[in-house]
Each structure stands twice: as structure tokens, then as C-alpha cells.
Design a protein around this ligand. Structure first.
Ligand SMILES: CC(C)(COP(=O)(O)OP(=O)(O)OC[C@H]1O[C@@H](n2cnc3c(N)ncnc32)[C@H](O)[C@@H]1OP(=O)(O)O)[C@@H](O)C(=O)NCCC(=O)NCCS
Length: 155
């Protein structure tokens, strides 16, 4: 069973970046993770909007992470990034991370969560569907080379 979810720290960033590079064709830059880790995993933007990052540990090492934003103005949350180390997938870490975000959004009074996923990332489609999310639409060429499918859930 997964251990625990907590805010990202600066000493997590190398492990996070290694997972990011192994999971995505166009990985995010290190800077994003450093910025969030330097802010105790939460940055507040204008109008109360927050961007947050949590990691989940397995035996003291980073197993995965999730980054999301919430916007109290529109009562919407958006998952921006989620990944679990390849050798630790299908052990419930992704579920714990996403459930943590759903719970956090509800605590902040947020009513819906949405995200974009590559059309061809069928494993992620199955994962989001298993988490109760539903396909809402498509954004053509969102990733330059591929359409995005939008998933959404009412919390
Ligand atoms: C998507 C991802 C985060 C899921 O994390 P995970 O820890 O492997 O997922 P979990 O073990 O919590 O899976 C929960 C359920 O989702 C479904 N699921 C997860 N991965 C699946 C897969 N590869 N194929 C089919 N169903 C899958 C299953 O129903 C699973 O429950 P089960 O194992 O009891 O059958 C992980 O596969 C990953 O990091 N992928 C690479 C990065 C990525 O694509 N991120 C999403 C970008 S939008």
C-alpha cells in the first residue's frame, strides 16, 4: 500500500525530474519543480488562485507526484501533471495522489476538477475513468502533435 502524500521539498526535485523524464515525451523543466519546492509546495497567485504540488513516498523515496491549480473565482480545479515512477505503477500511488487532490479541492470549496490528457495515453484514460472522471471533450492539437481529451468530475 502507498505510504503517504506530502508537499514537495527541495530534496525531492531530482527524483521528481527523473520520473518526469521517464514518463513524458515533452517533460517539464526542472525550474517548475524547484519553484514549487521552494514555496513549500504551494504558490498563491492573484485572486486566491493556488498552484500546489504533493509527492507520495514509498519506503522513504519519491514514488510519484501531482501538481494542480484551483481557482476559487470559478470554483474549478485543474490537474496539471501527475506521474508515478514506472517501476511503481499499478500499486495505487496514482489513486492516492488524485484522491488527495479531489479532497483538497472539496476543502477549498471547489466543485469540479478537470484535466487534459494525450489522446493516445490510454493507460491514463483508464486511470481517470477508474477515478470517476468522464470524458468532456477534445482540444485539437493541444500538444502540437496530438489532440487532448478533457476529463472532468463533479466533486
Ligand atoms: C497514470 C498514472 C499516474 C497512474 O498511476 P498508478 O499509480 O499507476 O495508478 P493506480 O495504481 O493508482 O491505478 C488505479 C486504477 O487505475 C487504472 N489503471 C491505472 N493504470 C492503468 C493501466 N496502465 N492500464 C489500465 N488501467 C490502469 C486501474 O483501474 C487501476 O486499478 P487496478 O490496478 O486496481 O486495476 C501512471 O500510469 C503514470 O504515471 N503514467 C505516466 C505519466 C502519465 O501518463 N500521466 C498522466 C498524464 S495526463
Amino acid at each position: 500500500m502507498p505510504d503517504r502524500t506530502r508537499p514537495v521539498r527541495i530534496d525531492d526535485v531530482i527524483a521528481v525530474k527523473a520520473i518526469e523524464d521517464s514518463c513524458f515525451p515533452s517533460p517539464w523543466d526542472m525550474d517548475v519543480f524547484v519553484t514549487l519546492a521552494s514555496s513549500e509546495g504551494c504558490i498563491t497567485l492573484s485572486r486566491g488562485k493556488q498552484v500546489s504540488m504533493q509527492v507520495i513516498e514509498n519506503n522513504g523515496s519519491v514514488a510519484g507526484y501531482i501538481i494542480w491549480e484551483d481557482c476559487p473565482d470559478t470554483s474549478e480545479g485543474r490537474v496539471l501533471n501527475i506521474a508515478v515512477g514506472k517501476n511503481l505503477q499499478r500499486r495505487g500511488f496514482g489513486r492516492s495522489l488524485l484522491q488527495h487532490v479531489f479532497d483538497s479541492l472539496v476543502e477549498r470549496g471547489i466543485k469540479t476538477a478537470a484535466l487534459e490528457v494525450r489522446e493516445g495515453n490510454l493507460a491514463a484514460h483508464r486511470f481517470y475513468e477508474r477515478m470517476g472522471m468522464e470524458e468532456l471533450g477534445r482540444v485539437p492539437n493541444y500538444y502540437d502533435d496530438e489532440d487532448a481529451i478533457i476529463y472532468s468530475i463533479t466533486l
